[in-house]
Design a binder for this molecule. Structure first.
Ligand SMILES: [Zn+2]
Length: 250
């Protein structure tokens, strides 16, 4: 299972990275997890746009879903004719929300380009992956993910405040890709995002093998994000996600 970080900038694109998007590959199957602002451009450095087999959207905040709009254009108006529909998994209301984002009437909205499938907590097969989803702690319906293939496990926090569900998803995972939007300080918002230290605490409680910090907001100092996470008693390796980074879990 191979993870490529397409975008790891939190809340809005940064100078060196699009907003949230990750490419998961196994057995020739390509799954895109989130498609935030700017991700469609960078995705083309790492995969054929028409070689994507499925898209999963963790939630409908713009920085996680909005590049489905240009992807709709790329699939619908290709000079060779519309490309075949591919599945897009997302929270309840994804099809309507994306149609409104592009100003499309419904029907059909984007349904001739994408087969919209509603996520619910539980486990399903998507291509070669076993995908387990659970609600995490964010102001809109948001799913965290556990992706399993050939005995290897990647967990993804999506956007979340402190969450027991995230610890469950990341249990004994080889890698936890966890948001670290906040730095320690007074008056931290609750039930919205994690600090870097909280991300490390979730990884420690889950017994994850390694922690990759993501959803890195451009106004934060990344060195401080890393330092705060490393001060939080997680025994495994901790690193910062970077656009273009490839992690091969074999
Ligand atoms: Zn969000």
């Amino acid at each position: 299972m191979r993870l490529t970080v397409i975008g790891c900038s939190g809340s809005f694109p940064g100078p060196d990275s699009p907003a949230s998007s990750y490419l998961l590959e196994a057995d020739g199957f390509r799954l895109v997890l989130d498609l935030g602002n700017g991700a469609l451009g960078t995705l083309q450095r790492h995969a054929d746009l028409y070689g994507i087999d499925a898209v999963c959207l963790s939630h409908l905040h713009a920085d996680h879903c909005l590049d489905l709009c240009p992807y709709y254009v790329a699939r619908t108006f290709h000079p060779g004719g519309p490309r075949p529909r591919i599945p897009v998994y997302g929270p309840e209301g994804t099809a309507s929300r994306m149609a409104r984002s592009y100003g499309l009437d419904e029907p059909p909205g984007m349904t001739e380009a994408f087969e919209f499938l509603t996520l619910a907590p539980g486990t399903r097969r998507i291509g070669p992956f076993q995908v387990t989803t659970a609600h995490v702690n964010h102001p809109v319906e948001t799913f965290g993910f556990r992706l399993e293939h050939a005995g290897r496990v990647i967990a993804y926090s999506a956007d979340t405040g402190e969450s027991a569900a995230l610890i469950g998803l990341a249990r004994e995972a080889d890698l936890l890709l966890c948001e670290a939007s906040l730095l320690d300080g007074p008056h931290l918002p609750r039930d919205l995002h994690l600090t870097a230290a909280q991300a490390a605490q979730h990884a420690a409680r889950a017994g994850a093998g390694q922690l990759v910090l993501t959803h890195l907001v451009p106004w934060n100092d990344p060195a401080r994000t890393l330092e705060e996470a490393r001060g939080a008693s997680f025994p495994g390796p901790i690193s910062l996600a970077a656009s273009g980074q490839v992690i091969d879990l074999g």
